[in-house]
Design a protein around this ligand. Sequence first.
Ligand code: LLP
Length: 427
Amino acid sequence: SRTVSRAADGVVSVGGIDVKRLADEFGTPGFFLDESDFRERCRAWRDAFGEDADVFYAGKAFLSRAIVRWLHEEGLNLDVCSGGELATALAAGMPAERIALHGNNKSTEEITRAVEAGVGRIVLDSFQEIVRVAHIAERLGKRQRVQIRVTVGVEAHTHEFIATAHEDQKFGLALAGGQAAEAVRRALKLDGLELVGIHSHIGSQIFDMAGFEVSARRVVQLLAEVRDEHGVELPEIDLGGGLGIAYTSEDDPREPREIAAALRDIVTRECAAAGLAVPRISVEPGRAIVGPTAFTLYEVGTVKELPGLRTYVSVDGGMSDNIRTALYDADYSVALVSRTSTAEPMLTRVVGKHCESGDIVVRDAFLPADVAPGDLLAVPATGAYCRSMASNYNHALRPPVVAVTDGEARVIVRRETEEDLLRLDVG
Ligand code: LLP
């Protein structure tokens, strides 16, 4: 977050409010999200891509009504991938034409609701779905704008991309072997569909632009093939999301401006070579916008020293509010934020309160050797895929999300209560 500072007494503030006050007022664990930072990042992406491109925020990273309103105000569009995300987007007033619907197994109900609402695009992911969306649109007397999601043969991993085994996953239709071209053929024949473009998403937490370059090149090649076969120039391409953020000081993310320039250059060059007009480009960053804007605040409950091994520092949350360490072996950092300490740094493992040993928040963390119950710890860069992937494991109450800006803090998603849990339990 961009508005974090530490006072002489060691107490950290965000957006002008110190963490002790945040913990007193809102409790721990909690997600504290810097609204100004979020809005600035939206604007940076918008400005970098300019008027002839669209930025679709990927709602799966984190979505709430406040987020939708901020996106709307900052001129971003929204990518949703479920009925629940669509309902949130519409409830918060996002104009339907600025919403894109994704997913490899959208239900008939989800598709119907999206077409009825008039979403700007549905991204088609299988042969069956091409027919399904066309039929629903025809039945509703509409022509639905669609893109076809293709797999370009680039599999992006954290920090690298490799070009093997890429087609062996559930998303999209492969360029190799002609499934993508066949999907275009079928979509162009159906009255209920207006095929406007091709979509490619290569992976997540990527730092290297090389994977995007290959992806853009192959998508443009498909546009040229479509022109040659059908005499149609599809007007749009979407290059997906996946831009990496700094979880620790070892990560070195690209700025939106650099990313936009690189993508625009490669698309322009490939289109010139193929004799195509440059299509409208869109991207779908989720993590890169919301990830860095929030941190999780925890309180230390117990400290257990295992002689000759390590010290376990247990906090009042864990895998129910951040599954990423357990699921992806993700790296996070952590800091003592409620006081200064002159104690020596000590290698610790910060763990949660859940009933399994894999419940790790930060695998290897240096904390002052006098870390003790009652201390507040902050884990930065938890804005993406933490609250949105939170669970009620062990009947944990999912933490609130509090927006902090200019000396004010307000809850945008409240903490769950035991009543919330019991309300669903109707046995
Ligand atoms: N567009 C599509 C079609 C996607 O599938 C995704 C992410 C995005 C955009 C946004 O990607 P981002 O810019 O946020 O990396 N739960 C995982 C990430 C899964 C992402 C799935 N799709 C995590 O915690 O890292």
